[in-house]
Ligand binder design. Structure first.
Ligand SMILES: Cc1cc2nc3c(=O)[nH]c(=O)nc-3n(C[C@H](O)[C@H](O)[C@H](O)COP(=O)(O)OP(=O)(O)OC[C@H]3O[C@@H](n4cnc5c(N)ncnc54)[C@H](O)[C@@H]3O)c2cc1C
Length: 417
């Protein structure tokens, strides 16, 4: 690709992957990361010997062999702990296996019958007008009202009847009626189609181990270097009024990118302003959920927190020797450590709070204008010639593996020019 100079904006998993791919293929790439430590949403830190994935517990797996090969080349398979997902749902005081459609035998008989009658006549969600209707049409009224609607209302904090559903279908298991009947007859809830039905977790260091493996040894990573201005001068882009590049690839949240751009048309600025997202509070506490649980979804109204993860058992090295094991509490929104502790104690007799972190950009909210707004914004950036790749750079619900796959493609497209 000649001597093109590339600026990669953002040093999360996506930006680091783009940067590594470019450098390994002989390109001249400089990465700008606002924070002092790269990693973005995949950052972890060690507190009192405990691993703390500060933006939520990050497990890894992928449907893409290319992504698996790329990741395991950098952080070999032996450096990961591999395990089955043993997820539960706390339903009115009882732990039921996830996914609920395959665990009907764990519900009372009347509810089982209601669910089966619904499921036998379900219409399929393809034509649903919104997310609430999609849940009801895909899973039936009973399952939707019992779990899907209350849980998702807690996570999205936005009316489900004003959210689109097209993004959700590959995020959830959707067993056939045959699979549901088989699970009922065999009393087995095992689900193995979803990418995270088994998962890898770095044995040491949490998700930061993956970040460090991708970043390791690469030149041109400028941390504590937020991109504050991005200006076009002829065929080049000038970053922070200092250095110029022929190519810019953005992996930073769209709202942050637009802070750096000037002369943005009103319609585009409005679309950026209307993009919705949720923040999350992650709180690591002393508590042991036992060996047979990976995490628990909490749909009930008794707590604000929506999920607790058994992160202390994700790896034998997640907690200091001889100490109580750890549990990570997810609470949508911004909360202080004390209020999370009091909230989660309504359900679990937890010990001390170990660490606590609030993440600004955590979940994209797929309101009914999401597709239109993202389309307007990305079309404009396409005209400017700035490819955007990553979770909040594309304003999508991407996990790390999808981000890595898209980052490799974006880097290859630049290399092919
Ligand atoms: C609660 C939660 C749990 C999750 N769990 C999982 C999981 O278990 N498994 C999984 O695979 N995925 C999980 N994910 C998704 C995963 O975190 C993301 O897919 C991935 O980390 C996104 O990487 P990214 O590089 O696209 O974005 P980010 O990580 O957001 O990176 C963007 C980077 O840009 C930087 N930046 C922002 N503004 C500027 C600026 N002006 N100049 C320079 N830099 C800037 C930021 O500091 C950040 O480092 C989870 C996400 C959340 C929120």
């Amino acid at each position: 690709m000649g001597s093109t100079r590339v600026a990669v904006l953002g040093g999360g998993i996506t930006g680091l992957t783009v940067h590594r791919r470019l450098i390994e293929n002989g390109a001249e790439s400089t990465l700008y990361e606002a924070q002092a430590v790269p990693g973005g949403l995949a950052r972890s830190r060690i507190t009192r010997g405990y691993v703390f994935d500060q933006c939520g517990g990050h497990i890894f797996n992928s449907r893409s062999q290319a992504v698996l090969d790329w990741v395991f080349r950098l952080l070999p398979r032996e450096s990961w702990t591999f395990q089955p997902r043993l997820a539960k749902i706390l339903l009115e005081g009882t732990l039921v296996d996830y996914p609920l459609e395959l665990s009907l035998h764990q519900l009372d008989v009347d509810t089982q019958v209601e669910c089966l009658v619904d499921l036998a006549s379900r219409q399929g969600g393809a034509d649903a007008a919104d997310l609430e209707e999609w849940f009801i049409r895909s899973f039936g009224e009973t399952l939707a009202r019992l779990y899907l609607i209350p849980y998702n209302s807690k996570v999205w904090r936005f009316p489900l009847a004003r959210m689109e559903h097209q993004w959700v279908s590959d995020k959830m298991p959707q067993p056939s009626l045959g699979e549901i009947f088989r699970a009922l007859v065999t009393r087995s809830s095992r689900e193995s189609k979803m990418p995270h039905s088994t998962f890898y977790y770095p044995t040491a260091g949490g998700s930061q181990a993956l970040v460090d493996a991708i970043a390791g040894g690469l030149p041109g990573i400028r941390t504590s270097n937020a991109v504050m201005s991005l200006r076009r001068h002829g065929v080049q882009w000038t970053v922070n009024d200092q250095e110029s590049y022929e190519t810019v690839i953005s992996t930073v949240p769209l709202k942050e990118l637009f802070r750096a751009l000037v002369d943005v048309p009103g319609e585009v600025a409005r679309a950026v302003g209307d993009l919705r997202y949720n923040s999350i509070t992650s709180t690591l506490v002393e508590h042991d959920l036992g060996p047979s649980i990976s995490w628990i979804y909490l749909p009930g109204p008794e707590t604000v927190c929506n999920k607790v993860s058994n992160v202390g058992r994700f790896s034998p090295r997640s907690c200091p020797d001889g100490s109580p094991t750890s549990m990570l509490v997810d609470t949508i929104g911004r909360h202080d450590a004390g209020s999370v502790r009091d909230d989660v104690r309504k359900l679990f007799p937890i010990g001390d709070v170990i660490d606590h972190h609030v993440t600004e950009y955590a979940y994209v909210v797929f309101d009914l204008d999401h597709r239109r707004n993202v389309g307007v914004v990305l079309e404009y950036l396409g005209r400017l010639g700035i490819p955007c790749v990553g979770r909040f750079a594309e304003w999508q619900y991407y996990n790390m593996d999808v981000c890595i796959g898209r980052a490799l493609e974006a880097a290859d497209a630049v290399l092919a020019r």
